[in-house]
Design a protein around this ligand. Structure first.
Ligand code: SF4
Length: 319
């Protein structure tokens, strides 16, 4: 599949008209965070059901207008951890590279929904400040490509970036955080697979799926291609009120991920980003749901329940 096709299929395919019959839709919320849903994800949404778990992840809602005092635009302290343009260094040994500010899907609960990308992502034309920072800090062994979604960059640009990383001796692992393989699978072109396969670092891809309905059977060949590159595939979910806040849904998600060849990794408590409070599940409920989930799954399919506390040196287990 050519680059042009995946670019086309990653474009936004919805407009206000798709939402006119849906309770809670609020056009003005799009001014706070753009509406963006790619073809594949859209094709799996039930637009006749206001409570469809895929729809709720992407629909601009009236609830986003609520401003709450313990919510903020930078809920995980990204800006305090910025080291140079595009580089966020919070955790020992691992560094995050904000490679782009765009995504194929705009998730309404995203903790970076208000992130000032224009001043804080590494430019594809000039990775030098980021590469210099990584080269000069010899305790860094893992580079995490994040964003936005790094797979919105062309394979050619990704390849230029990794060709610079491969010469840094202390970098052993490349991790890619992306929703693209599951929400816009045409992105996984033969050329992309060739690039991924050519990387000699250890490779980890962390996908992001919240509900078993996102995992359609057509995704299996795409996942198989990713697995053929010796990339470890993990999944992280966000615990979202009304979408996946019950043990039955989450256990189905874990089993379906495993069927495809992906291991559940984290179940994240919502980061308190302004505009997303209506997705919040209390810590007490989260623990209750997680404890029930543990009774339904073998240990290797149980995601860790964690939250991110700004300034902490690791993700914090809830209990
Ligand atoms: S794909 Fe990830 S970075 Fe992009 S909007 Fe969704 S959660 Fe945020």
């Amino acid at each position: 599949m050519t680059k042009q096709i995946w670019r086309e299929q990653s474009k936004n395919r919805v407009s206000s008209q798709d939402f006119t019959a849906i309770n809670g839709y609020h056009k003005d919320s799009q001014k706070l965070f753009r509406l963006h849903i790619p073809d594949f994800f859209k094709s799996n949404i039930d637009f006749t059901n206001s409570f469809d778990p895929l729809l709720m992840q992407v629909m601009p809602s009236i609830d986003e207008m609520n401003i709450l005092k313990d919510f903020s635009d930078d809920p995980v302290g990204d800006l305090n951890a910025k080291k140079t343009k595009g580089v966020i260094h919070k955790y020992q040994g691992r560094v995050l590279l904000i490679a782009t500010g765009t995504c194929a899907i705009n998730c309404r609960y995203c903790f970076r929904r208000s992130f000032p990308y224009s001043q804080n992502n590494a430019s594809a034309n000039n990775w030098s400040p980021a590469i210099d920072y990584i080269s000069n800090n010899k305790d860094i062994h893992e580079v995490i490509l994040s964003g936005g979604d790094p797979l919105m960059l062309s394979t050619k640009v990704l390849s230029k970036l990794t060709s610079q990383l491969k010469d840094i001796e202390h970098i052993k692992t490349l991790r890619i955080h992306t929703r693209m393989p599951l929400v816009s699978p045409s992105r996984i072109t033969d050329n992309f697979i060739k690039w991924l396969d050519s990387i000699t670092l250890k490779k980890v891809m962390v996908l992001h799926c919240n509900h078993p309905r996102e995992l359609q059977a057509q995704l299996q060949p795409v996942i198989n291609k990713l697995l053929s590159t010796q990339t470890l595939l993990l999944n992280q979910s966000v615990l979202l009120k009304g979408i996946n806040d019950d043990a039955k849904t989450l256990s189905q998600l874990s089993f379906k991920l495993f069927e495809l060849g992906i291991l559940p990794y984290y179940l994240n408590q919502l980061d308190k980003v302004q505009g997303a409070a209506h997705f919040q599940v209390t810590n007490k409920q989260a623990k209750f749901i997680h404890q029930e989930l543990l009774t339904k799954l073998p240990g290797y399919l149980a995601p860790k329940l964690v939250e991110e506390i700004p300034g902490k040196k690791n993700k914090s287990p809830l209990y």
